[in-house]
Design a protein around this ligand. Structure first.
Ligand SMILES: Cc1cc2nc3c(=O)[nH]c(=O)nc-3n(C[C@H](O)[C@H](O)[C@H](O)COP(=O)(O)O)c2cc1C
Length: 179
């Protein structure tokens, strides 16, 4: 079992990005022990980013990322970039060893045809400042995402299900190589 944390860049109650994270969490439960983290954190403030001053919620978040063996992230595209909440969470954990040397998988989704690609690329650019091992060459970017779920939030688009299966299999293979 690979102990994995999942950071989802939307706080929206009916978030499609969250639905994808939950699909991944459920579907690969035999191989990945995934915890979807609460990233509704206070705004990053460097004055508070020191022992004894960090908000408790941030301390808990940082500890969970630090304890994980792998990190997954999915973001919507907000104004051509990564979501602010996800960037904020990354900023908090970036001053700890939490993401260092961790294999990671990054994804995006959007209701539009461009699948959140600019948000995805922006996220990759941010993570490029960290010594993570991101799965290369297998971008999960899901467009028209609102057409791919049923009323209960189940991913019903078979092509998308199969594509995610392929990428997660590749991630596990990659994880075993880099670890
Ligand atoms: C503030 C804001 C900015 C957005 N900017 C973009 C954008 O630049 N490109 C895009 O494709 N979609 C954009 N969208 C649409 C979101 O990608 C879409 O609402 C997405 O479904 C949100 O993800 P969620 O379902 O996980 O909440 C924007 C939405 C909001 C609320």
């Amino acid at each position: 079992m690979i102990k994995t944390v999942f950071l989802v860049g939307s706080l929206r109650e009916k978030s499609y990005n969250m639905m994808i994270a939950k699909h991944i969490q459920k579907r690969y439960a035999d191989r990945l022990e995934i915890e979807i983290l609460d990233i509704d954190l206070p705004n990053y403030n460097q004055d508070l980013d020191m022992d004894g001053k960090r908000p408790e919620k941030v301390e808990n978040f940082n500890a969970k990322v630090n304890e994980a063996n792998a990190v997954f992230m999915i973001t919507p595209e907000y104004n051509h970039g990564v979501s602010g909440v996800l960037k904020n969470a990354i900023d908090w954990v970036s001053r700890t060893p939490g993401l260092n040397n961790k294999p990671g998988l990054v994804a995006s989704s959007s209701m539009g045809a461009t699948a959140g690609a600019r948000g995805y690329n922006n996220l990759i650019q941010v993570l490029d400042t960290m010594p993570m091992y991101l799965l290369p060459g297998n971008d999960i970017m899901i467009g028209s995402v609102h057409e791919k779920f049923d009323q209960d939030g189940n991913l019903i688009d078979e092509g998308t299900v199969q594509f995610i299966d392929l990428v997660v299999d590749k991630f596990i293979e990659f994880y075993n190589k880099v670890k």
